[in-house]
Design a protein around this ligand. Structure first.
Ligand SMILES: NC(=O)c1ccc[n+]([C@@H]2O[C@H](COP(=O)([O-])OP(=O)(O)OC[C@H]3O[C@@H](n4cnc5c(N)ncnc54)[C@H](O)[C@@H]3O)[C@@H](O)[C@H]2O)c1
Length: 364
């Protein structure tokens, strides 16, 4: 393994950039924090001071042109993920792109094209794949303990969790969609990833926008803008039929009249099932003709996989990524087709293009 230090830059100095990316990259011995960029220069300066980053920019192109970087985190609003990632890749820079990969599958595929052209890597910020529970579950499922998998359920439902009513998150132009593209990309992704990214046959579902006028359902700590736009869904639920005969049902909401928030994935197989509900991992099976539940005890002090270390090591070693960009295209295809199905109130079937890549149906 090559042990040189990688030169790191951050684009989009908002809340996720600090909480997730800087707080983790700063601790890696083979990362040098070189530069930071935000159109809001105050945001960039604040984090530059706090994390002792010398170079500050308000334009990402200026930063990528001036600095000789090895990798950047892209933590801007969703509509900029494709534009910025492509620019960085074509400058020879590896990209750690926040979810969702892009605002639709067409843009997502453009990122893959740029990645292939550049020979660089793009990893998705799918942190829910990197929890100890998810890493353990993936190993357990891949080892065949569930038998034949026939059903998955995934959801993330909040009572009051709009990430700022009237901010870019609730504006279709900037976010690409609502809760489906915000939380669905995490937990539907986790279900599909655990099942081995099976090929979908059709998707059907519905979206609702019932809380667009409310000012009382913002997520704790997130400020809304009373005059801002809210033209995306606050709830999304649906059903996916897979080519192998298995099925997936899902539900996501930023706001809903439920008792408690819930974040979950459940995978059911002929020999066993697993559930990860609000962080609690359980295995459900049968022993000596009796149903049993097993609770794996994962040591919280031992991190099985670290998203940031993993990306850094893969850049240095060329080892495959756990959240490669192609998985983002897969998910954006499903989300595009889901939105289409919800808008026409009918199931939508998937088609493949000549490269065997799922694409938008011709009717879209
Ligand atoms: N993986 C996760 O768990 C997770 C959690 C939260 C957010 N996110 C994702 O991270 C991204 C950012 O979310 P956030 O909550 O930090 O949003 P935010 O609004 O707090 O931050 C976005 C930042 O991008 C900056 N920006 C806008 N246009 C820019 C441009 N052209 N160049 C440089 N900077 C620009 C804004 O000024 C702002 O500082 C989103 O894609 C979101 O989906 C992921």
């Amino acid at each position: 393994m090559n042990n040189r230090k990688l030169r790191y830059g951050l684009i989009g100095a908002g809340s996720n950039a600090e909480r997730k990316h800087l707080n983790n990259y700063m601790n890696l011995p083979n990362i040098e924090l070189v530069s930071i960029c935000d159109v809001n220069i105050e945001n960039a300066n604040r984090l530059a001071d706090k994390y002792k980053i010398e170079k500050v920019y308000s334009n990402y192109k200026d930063m990528l042109n001036a600095e000789d970087l090895d990798l950047v985190s892209v933590c801007t609003p969703n509509y900029l993920h494709a534009e910025i990632s492509i620019y960085a890749l074509l400058k020879g820079v590896n990209v750690h792109c926040e979810k969702p990969l892009a605002i639709n599958a067409i843009e997502a595929k453009r990122i893959v094209e740029a990645k292939n052209k550049s020979g660089k890597m793009v990893m998705l910020g799918l942190n829910n794949r990197f929890t100890n529970e998810a890493v353990y579950l993936k190993k357990y499922i891949d080892a065949g303990y569930l038998g034949e998998i026939y059903q998955a359920k995934a959801g993330w439902i909040r009572r009051s969790g709009i990430p700022g009513r009237g901010t870019w998150f609730t504006n279709k132009e900037y976010a690409g969609g609502g809760v489906m593209i915000d939380l669905g990309v995490h937990y539907l992704d986790l279900a599909m990833y655990l099942m081995g990214m099976p090929e979908p046959s059709y998707v059907t579902g519905a979206t609702y926008n019932n809380f667009d006028q409310t000012t009382t359902r913002n997520r704790n700590g997130y400020k809304g803008n009373p005059n801002g736009i809210f033209n995306v869904e606050d709830s999304a639920m649906g059903f996916i039929g897979l080519k192998n005969g298995a099925t997936v049902n899902f539900e996501f909401s930023w706001a809903s009249n439920i008792e408690k928030d819930k974040q979950y994935v459940e995978i059911l197989g002929t020999k066993g099932g697993v559930s990860l509900i609000n962080g609690e991992l359980k295995i459900h099976s049968e022993l000596l003709d009796t149903c049993v539940d097993i609770s794996p005890i994962l040591n919280p002090n031992i991190k099985l996989m670290n998203e940031f270390e993993h990306f850094t090591n893969s850049i240095l070693s060329g080892d495959p990524l756990m959240a490669p960009v192609e998985h983002g295209v897969y998910m954006m295809n499903i989300i595009d087709q889901f939105y289409q199905a919800a808008s026409i109130n009918e199931p939508v079937f998937f088609e493949k293009d000549k490269n065997n890549i799922l694409r938008l149906s011709s009717s879209f």
